[in-house]
Design a protein around this ligand. Structure first.
Ligand code: 13P
Length: 252
């Protein structure tokens, strides 16, 4: 049975008060009101609030992920944060490969592979993002683009290391635009990704790996997207910043 996962990627939103009060309220609603759901819920706040968020969530089923790590362990990299530092405050999960990091911070597959390796060294669970641009989709090369993104990064890892991965399919054209992939478009890509894992690592890995969808998921469309056979949850941006919408997505 594959794990169902829902991740709130808050990107560069929410200050200290907003972050802590959202997490406290979420925990209260989830556990006091005993909301029925079958998903592992993860919040990815900004760096300065990871420690307090992790402390607030201790002893609950909510977990906290970092939105990034640097590819080096330590040294003269002004402004960067290492896996070792995050590990020292109890963070065990990280998002890697997000298209916003590729677009705004020029992360390429070579950098991403280094980030993967250092994250694995510190036993992080990695949520690795892949996805095509609108131009790729118009050219009908979206499957090969996603395949190459995996081939140059995740597929350099060993069979055992697959235990540390979830994948998020996030078509770039759907992020923050209000345009989602149709449930069929998303399912087709998820099925394709699962097949790639099957070819690369065998059935045990492809049956087990969680593949999440991200890109304008909201409280209205979540249910249909999550009901697709190969979609094991979501990576949510905007709608995860609104408690009511996020709770509805959790219940989807
Ligand atoms: P939106 O849900 O705002 O489209 O963002 C998706 C995303 O980038 C999550 O990582």
């Amino acid at each position: 049975m594959r794990e169902k996962i829902l991740i709130a990627n808050w990107k560069m939103n929410y200050d200290f008060y907003e972050t802590t009060s959202f997490i406290r309220n979420l925990l209260k609603v989830l556990f006091d009101k005993k909301i029925n759901h079958n998903k592992k819920i993860i919040i990815a706040p900004s760096f300065p609030f990871l420690h307090i968020s992790n402390q607030i969530s201790q002893g609950t089923t909510l977990s906290i992920a970092s939105q990034n790590i640097h590819q080096k362990n330590k040294g003269a990299y002004t402004g960067e944060v290492s896996a070792e530092m995050l590990k020292s405050i109890g963070i065990k999960k990280v998002l890697l490969g997000h298209s916003e990091r590729k677009i705004h911070f020029f992360e390429n597959n070579c950098i991403l592979l280094k980030k993967i390796k250092i994250a694995l060294k510190y036993n992080f669970h990695i949520i690795f993002c892949v996805g095509e641009t609108i131009t790729d989709r118009k050219k009908n090369i979206h499957f090969s683009v996603v395949k190459n993104q995996l081939k140059d990064t995740v597929f350099h890892c060993s069979l055992d290391e697959m235990n540390y991965f979830s994948i998020a399919y996030e078509p770039v054209w759907a992020i923050g635009t209000g345009l989602t992939a149709s449930p069929k478009e998303a399912q087709d890509m998820h099925k394709f990704i699962r097949l790639l894992f099957m070819e690369q690592y065998g059935k045990k890995v492809s049956d087990k790996i969680s593949i999440l969808y991200g890109g304008s998921v909201n409280d209205i469309n979540a249910k249909e997207i999550f009901s697709q056979e190969d979609i094991d949850g979501g990576l949510i941006g905007n709608s995860s910043l609104d408690m009511n919408k996020f709770l509805k997505i959790i219940k989807s």
